[in-house]
Design a protein around this ligand. Structure first.
Ligand SMILES: Cc1cc2nc3c(=O)[nH]c(=O)nc-3n(C[C@H](O)[C@H](O)[C@H](O)COP(=O)(O)O)c2cc1C
Ligand code: SF4
Length: 421
């Protein structure tokens, strides 16, 4: 059994309090390095650990930190991405509710390593309870001498600000997130320049996901080698998988990367609900292409895994779908989300997401026309890779996969002029 990296304390009573955190090795990693270990050495450690960003893209965390020019005269910032807007994803909220000090400690160590004295947590607008718990934990950390001036007598200062979003999915994109923190409408910025060069208020900025930063105390405490020993060669460590849909035991599970998808569904999650047949699995949040049952046969949940139909680990949000579901309806539901969340800045995304939803709704309602599947694919092709931020790709990928993999269902809807489900 792999040692828990992220969820070692969540079962403890009052796990969200400073007292319980301190009683269970909390803030020891910070004391080990703050003022004692050179920031560059910590960055090298994180590189060596193989920790990859858990927000979706899997970019190596230490490499990202290394992009920050330590000699830059500009103020540097760190922003923790707690927007958790990707449909199906509910892992970061567990970390924030049950072990907020682990995240705060991760932020302090990371900020120290990067040379940051002002850090933010950008939290999803709907997460009221989570934000209240974090607020209380931040106040406790200030009181305990872990935040503010001269942390633990080391001469290092750090202010941590909790910033609540207003319920926009696109604000989870790192550039929109920065716009939102700065008080502007959350429209994504064009890249380059990347945040590490020109980020918050024009300063070099690191943006990392909650789960990424929550892994830092373990790596500092147990060592880079202990962390990289978990998982696969290219995907180190554990990952939180949040499983929803038609399984017996949905929930958040911490598993080593490389864990077999079939084992996750049929053993960890207790198999399909009511013994139904598996129809498809959305493997990493709503933006990732759906997989057919034969595609998960030997699939390992790792960043480097690939299937002919395209596999993406994404945020680790596994949505399991049984044979009762109409795939046109699911596609329409996803399209509605992206049409609603498109910021409207660029034409392919603004128009593409809206028309995709309208066409899918029409097919579902029995008004499908011959050529609609081709039209849908053409619209996705006009979005994919042609938009200002990755939301365009995120909207196109699931629709392409559903139309291509469930073409029969689309044809049946059109032929029978009704939804057969
Ligand atoms: C539309 C959109 C929404 C996103 N939502 C989130 C989110 O809710 N949480 C998150 O951590 N990353 C999200 N991302 C990815 C971030 O832009 C960024 O890559 C990530 O926060 C980096 O952290 P990591 O390196 O630790 O993964 C989103 C990206 C896009 C394009
Ligand atoms: S791709 Fe969509 S969400 Fe992103 S900037 Fe363009 S319109 Fe806005």
């Amino acid at each position: 059994m792999t040692e828990a990296v992220l969820l070692s304390r969540v079962e403890l009573k009052n796990s969200h309090t400073l007292k319980v955190y301190e009683e269970n090795e909390g803030y020891q990693p910070l004391k080990k390095v703050l003022g004692k270990v050179e920031p560059g050495v910590i960055i090298d450690d994180i590189k060596e650990s193989g920790l990859r960003g858990r927000g979706g893209a899997g970019f190596p965390a230490g490499v990202k930190w290394g992009f920050i020019d330590k000699d830059s005269p500009k103020t540097k910032y760190l922003a923790c991405n707690a927007d958790e807007g990707e449909p199906g994803t509910f892992k970061d909220r567990l970390l924030m509710m049950e072990d907020p000090h682990q995240l705060i400690e991760g932020i302090i160590i990371s900020s120290y390593a990067i040379g940051v004295e002002t850090a933010f947590i950008y939290i999803r607008g709907e997460y009221h309870k989570e934000a209240d718990i974090l607020d209380a934990a931040i106040a406790e950390a200030y009181k305990g001498g872990y935040l503010g001036k001269n942390i633990q007598g080391t001469g290092y200062d750090l202010e941590l600000i909790l910033h609540r979003g207003a319920g926009s999915y696109v604000c989870g994109d790192e550039t929109a997130l920065m716009e939102s923190i700065e008080g502007h409408r959350g429209n994504p910025r064009l890249k380059p320049p990347f945040p590490a060069v020109v980020g918050l208020y024009g300063g070099p900025t690191v943006i990392n996901n909650v789960e990424t930063l929550s892994a830092i105390p373990f790596i500092i405490s147990k060592g880079a080698e202990a962390y990289s020993a978990i998982g696969t060669e290219k995907s180190a460590g554990t990952k939180l998988f949040c499983v929803s849909g038609n399984v017996n035991n949905p929930g958040v599970y911490e598993l080593p990367l490389g864990f077999p998808m079939k084992k996750l569904i049929y053993e960890v999650c207790g198999g399909m609900k009511e013994g139904r047949k598996l129809k498809g699995v959305i493997p990493g949040g709503s933006s990732t292409p759906i997989l057919l049952p034969d595609e998960i046969e030997d699939l390992e949940l790792a960043y480097e895994s690939a299937t002919p139909g395209g596999f993406m680990l994404g945020s680790g949000a596994v949505i399991v779908i049984d044979d009762r579901w109409c795939m046109v309806k699911i596609a329409a539901r996803l399209a509605k989300f992206y049409a609603h969340e498109s910021c409207g800045q660029c034409t392919p995304c603004r128009e593409g997401t809206t028309w995709t939803y309208k066409i899918l709704k029409r097919i579902e309602a029995g008004g499908g026309q011959e050529g609609d599947p081709e039209l849908l694919l053409d619209i996705q092709d006009n979005m994919f890779g042609k938009t200002l931020c990755p939301l365009g790709d995120a909207a196109a990928m699931p629709i392409i996969a559903i139309v291509e993999k469930f073409r029969d269902e689309f044809d049946q809807h059109i032929k029978e002029a009704r939804c057969p489900y």
